[in-house]
Design a protein around this ligand. Structure first.
Ligand code: SF4
Length: 310
């Protein structure tokens, strides 16, 4: 059930904060049983994203592709950007639909909480506008026009005190002897404290002089924020990572020796279940309050076996 090396990423922490049960299913049970067809399907269920998230993923991908071409001397027209965005978004929606059909064919899910969808024109229009807004942002233009740029992949990780951290910046920008690490946050406006934590972890990919540059959306307009974390902030960030890893380990420990899931807590709020990919496999499918009450009773009896999930 435990990963060979503790792994920290925003995705893991977000899921753990929403629900320990979902976290254990995704990063414990699904990974443990990935060679089993149903275990594989469980893993795939977690890959299904909402069209809204896919829209934001496409914004980031399109902008990063634009940057790569710009650095190689090719500057896209607005028409090309619009075509690229539509193509990227359509591909992601198509893959999502295929994945849903594939999972349904396994028979693992009888009442899916997700459905196949079509590409909606207004989302394409909105996404294209947001891409244009970002590449025309004065600070973004300055980054493109001076110095050099290198793109990083989300799979680029670093090793810190026995923890593998996945928090790669989207790009590295070098200007004279200065280094900037750039992160695009298209999903939502981040709180100041959260940005400082992110900046401190991002700086692990550079050195103590590296400036972190965030582009984030605020009411559909791009804002730019630059942060050079100080040593105290960096130490605090490492401390938070250590705490998060402890919580992850506790969630895995709660499974118990006999792969008993009864002691793995369900979400604290039914709101977390509303958009959960595995609700149709979870006791909460028969009602959140009832499932919570049953879990309290089951804590001292025989629990749910992992085998029931795969
Ligand atoms: S349905 Fe709710 S309790 Fe069940 S795994 Fe999902 S978030 Fe957790």
């Amino acid at each position: 059930m435990f990963p060979q090396q503790p792994i920290w990423s925003n995705t893991r922490v977000d899921l753990l904060q929403r629900c320990s049960r979902a976290f254990v299913l995704r990063y414990g049970v699904a990974q443990l049983s990935q060679n089993h067809p149903k275990g594989q399907a469980l893993s795939e269920i977690f890959q299904i994203q909402t069209p809204w998230i896919l829209l934001h993923q496409t914004i980031r991908e399109t902008v990063l592709e634009y940057v790569e071409d710009y650095a190689n001397g090719t500057i896209w027209s607005t028409g090309l950007l619009s075509t690229k965005f539509k193509h990227g978004f359509t591909q992601l929606i198509r893959k999502r639909n295929q994945l849903i059909k594939q999972i349904m064919e396994t028979g693992l899910i009888s009442q899916p909480g997700f459905q196949c969808t079509q590409v909606e024109a207004h989302l394409v229009e909105m996404g294209t506008k947001l891409c244009i807004g970002l590449i025309h942002h004065p600070e973004f233009v300055r980054i493109l026009e001076v110095g050099t740029i290198k793109r990083l992949e989300p799979t680029d990780s670093i090793h810190q005190q026995n923890v593998r951290i996945y928090n790669a910046p989207d790009m590295m920008h070098f200007n004279n002897d200065q280094q900037f690490l750039i992160k695009i946050h298209p999903f939502q406006q981040r709180h100041k404290t959260e940005l400082e934590l992110q900046a401190s972890l991002l700086q692990l990919y550079g050195d103590e002089k590296t400036t972190i540059v965030f582009f984030h959306l605020n009411k559909r307009a791009w804002s730019c924020r630059k942060i050079v974390p100080n040593p105290t902030q960096k130490n605090q960030a490492i401390g938070i990572v250590e705490q998060d890893i402890k919580h992850m380990m506790n969630a895995f420990y709660s499974v118990g020796k006999h792969n008993d899931l009864s002691k793995v807590p369900l979400a604290d709020s039914y709101r977390s279940c509303m958009h959960c990919n595995v609700q149709s496999l979870c006791p909460t499918r028969h009602g959140y309050e009832r499932a919570k009450a049953e879990q309290r009773a089951l804590m001292c009896q025989k629990g749910t076996s992992v085998a029931e999930y795969i």
